[in-house]
Structure formats: C-alpha cells, structure tokens
Design a protein around this ligand. Structure first.
Ligand code: GUN
Ligand code: ZN
Length: 425
C-alpha cells in the first residue's frame, strides 16, 4: 500500500446539479492494488498507517486523470490543418493521412506517438476513433496496452463517398470488427467500440451490420459523428430521405446508453429528446468546432433536455490532446453564445473532462478520487516562475486556482500521471 499526500481536486458530484468542487487540502489517499481504500486528512491517515510509504505531492495540485470521449488516432500528424470546413478538411487533411494507415509499420509509429501524447496531456481514459485498417487498430491497442491507458476503440467503417481505399463492405466490416473485438475487447484495459465514421459515409446496410456487431460483442460501445456541419447535415438528409441525423442511427437501434456521438452542434429539439430518453452521450469538441467553423455548441439546450455531455479533443480537427484547452474553449464558446450560453465555472470544466467522460464511457471506477475508485490521477506542477506558477501563487482559493489551471495550463505543466496507482514513464 502507498499513501499519496497532497491537494486533490475533483467532482464526485455533478456541478450542473449544484454540487461544489471537492477540495482535499493536505489530504492522504491510501492506495492498494490501484484502488483508493482510504481517504482522510493526511495526519489522520498517517497515524492510522504509520509504516506505509508516502508519495508527497504537496508541491502541486492533483486532479483525476482526464477522460477524452472523442479523439482520432490516425489524425495526429494532421493537426493544424486550418482554414477549411469539415468536408473539405476531411478530403484535404484527414483522409489522406488515414489512408497511410494501410502501412502497418507507419501505423505503429503513429500509435506510439498517439498514446504518448494522450498520457502526456493527463488523459488516462479515451474513446478513440480507430483506423479503417485492422492492422492499424491492432497497433493502437498494442501501444495502449504497453502504456496501460484505458482505451476503447474500434475499426472505422465506411462503405460510400470516401476515397475508395478507405471503403469496406458490410460483410467484411462484420468479420474484421468481430475479429478485432475477439482479440481486444475486455482484454487488459482495452474495450471495443463499433465505429461507423458517420452516416454520410455509411449505407443502411452497413448501419444494420453495426447493430449486428453490437449484439455480437457484449457491452461494446457505439460511437460516431452527428450534426457537426450544416452542409454535412443537408447531405445526410438527402441520402436518408429527409430523415434527421440522429434517426439515421436510431432506426438501427444504435442510440442508447452505450452510444457516444461527437459534436451535435446543430440538433433539432426532436433529436435532443431522442438523445435524452435513450441516455446517449454527446462528446462536445470545442476546439474542433471552432477550428472548422462548425458552430457554437448549444450546451444549454442539451442540459435542458437532459442529454449527457462530456468533452472530446477531436484531434486532429481539434487542436491538441489537452482537455485543459478543450475546457477553456468550452467556456469561451458558452460566453460567445451570450444569452443562449450556459455560464461555466472551473468546477463544470473539471466535471466535463473527468467524471462526465467516465460515465459516458461506462467506466464508473474512474473520474474522481473517492474511496473505492481507481487511482487514475495527474500532478500539475508548473515550472517555477512560469505564468501558471505565478498565477497560482496569487489565486485566492482553490476554485480560482483551478480556473487558472484551465486558462494557462498545458501538458508541460503535468509532472506525473498514474493509472491504477502505477506511475507512467
Ligand atoms: N466526421 C466524419 N469524420 C470526421 C472526422 O474525422 N473529424 C470530424 N471532426 N468530423 C468527422
Ligand atoms: Zn471526430
């Protein structure tokens, strides 16, 4: 057993329901086999466990590991392709890079960079859009296993409209997805997600195959994109006989509590109602929405309907792995919406990037640092005299300190990351 000593900030209760941030100043967490088995003021815990080794983190601030609910593994080398809307960006930047994943050696290199990038940003769990090629998805799960990240991912499926080398057929999609799930689902910390790219690039036959896969893979997640860009939405309506976007998935039984749909910038009220009653989660990806000019995310409407929302980096349309940056951009986005926006505090940003994501991914054992939870955590300790260090010295209270962390923090300020109590290298 090990005692971790420090200031721990987390959101075990939902700030959108009025709960306050939890701040544990000079607190001790006793961790056994990766699980937090006791939590109390450090002096009390020390007295009760005088012989256990202490890891002293008092010179920084400890947050739960981040949970990224939407990120594309094959797009890390496409980050920074600015200036285009979604469909043009896919053709010009994302899809040429995704086609390179046909080369398994290339994919291995990208997979290593990807998992290292996530971990360095304090992200310990992620729902990852995989690649269109099985070998590349194997490379991702292999790399995630060697770091110890909690990765849920799958083979990306499309059978129309994209460049031909990225297309599959329903029969092939079924066989290859199931083979991957048999190799990786619930093996170590890996899990499988059935992953059609978006209904724009998927026929009804392929979406029906996705439903069969959901039935064949117990407890798989389902993930895709929805309502991101107005031109995209109009094309989906044309292709599906005027149907709304959520219904293109829902009519195949693909919208339920295990569903995570990215973006939803332009939903109708009917779609929000469907998402709320089904228990699906929307992955809000604010830097991506800003970079592609997709629009301002209507968070308030989601919350009014009771739709679950968490955060995604959406690398590579998103601008990096850091959920600190996504949190800040989520805040900006709501500010820009004026009267229509939902004002956000630092507690909301932390909740969206930790507990909300853990719930979306059905990982109840992570997302906050209570007794019984896994010790997935990150230590923020900026370099002395850095702008963040200076700002933290002058914060009046811990909520203000957390707001400064979201405003000024970056992966370079994260000194250490643990998953299930293990320090990552
Ligand atoms: N919709 C379909 N594919 C993609 C993608 O790769 N990125 C984003 N942002 N939206 C998509
Ligand atoms: Zn995406």
């Amino acid at each position: 057993m090990t005692i971790f000593r420090g200031t721990f900030i987390d959101t075990p209760d939902n700030p959108f329901g009025g709960a306050a941030l939890r701040v544990g100043t000079d607190t001790g967490l006793l961790v056994q086999d990766g699980v937090i088995v006791a939590r109390s003021p450090f002096s009390d815990l020390r007295r009760a466990h005088p012989a256990e080794p202490v890891v002293d983190l008092s010179d920084g601030i400890v947050l739960p590991g981040f949970v990224d609910t939407h990120v594309h593994f094959p797009q890390i080398r496409a980050v920074g392709g600015l200036g285009l809307p979604l469909l043009e960006w896919l053709d010009r930047y994302a899809l040429p890079e995704e086609a390179r994943m046909a080369d398994a050696e290339y994919a291995k290199g990208v997979a290593t960079e990807f998992v290292n990038g996530l971990a360095a940003a304090g992200t310990t769990s992620a729902l990852v859009f995989g690649a269109h090629y099985s070998d590349a998805v194997d490379a991702l799960f292999t790399a995630a296993s060697s770091v110890g990240l909690r990765v849920t991912s799958g083979l990306v499926l499309s059978d129309r409209l994209l460049r031909p080398e990225l297309l599959t057929t329903p029969v092939r999609a079924y066989a290859e997805s199931l083979a991957l799930a048999n190799r990786w689902h619930n093996v170590g910390r890996n899990r499988y997600a059935v992953t059609p790219r978006f209904s724009l690039s998927c026929t009804d036959d392929l979406l029906a195959t996705c439903r069969e896969l959901m039935e064949a893979i117990p407890d798989a997640l389902f993930t895709s994109h929805v309502n991101e860009n107005e031109a995209e939405i109009a094309s989906v309506a044309d292709l599906f006989g005027g149907s709304d976007y959520v219904t293109t998935y829902d009519r195949h039984g693909l919208v339920d509590r295990r569903t995570v749909l990215a973006h939803n910038v332009h939903p109708t009220d009917v779609e929000l109602k469907t998402l709320a009653t089904s228990g699906a989660t929307v992955a809000h990806c604010p830097t991506s929405n800003a970079a592609l000019g997709s629009g301002l995310f209507p968070l308030h409407r989601h919350l009014q309907y009771g739709v679950r929302v968490a955060l995604g980096s959406d690398v590579g349309a998103g601008t990096g792995f850091s959920l600190l940056k996504e949190g800040l951009q989520a805040y900006f986005c709501q500010q820009l919406l004026g009267d229509q926006g939902r004002p956000l505090t630092a507690a909301h940003l932390l909740y969206l990037s930790t507990t909300a994501g853990a719930e979306a991914l059905d990982l109840p054992q992570v997302g906050h640092l209570s007794v019984g939870q896994q010790f997935d955590a990150q230590l923020l300790r900026p370099a002395p005299d850095s702008p963040l260090a200076v700002a933290l010295q002058h914060a009046e209270d811990t909520e203000e300190a957390l707001a400064r962390i979201f405003t000024l923090g970056a992966p370079t300020d994260i000194q250490a990351v643990w998953i299930a109590g293990d320090l990552l290298n």
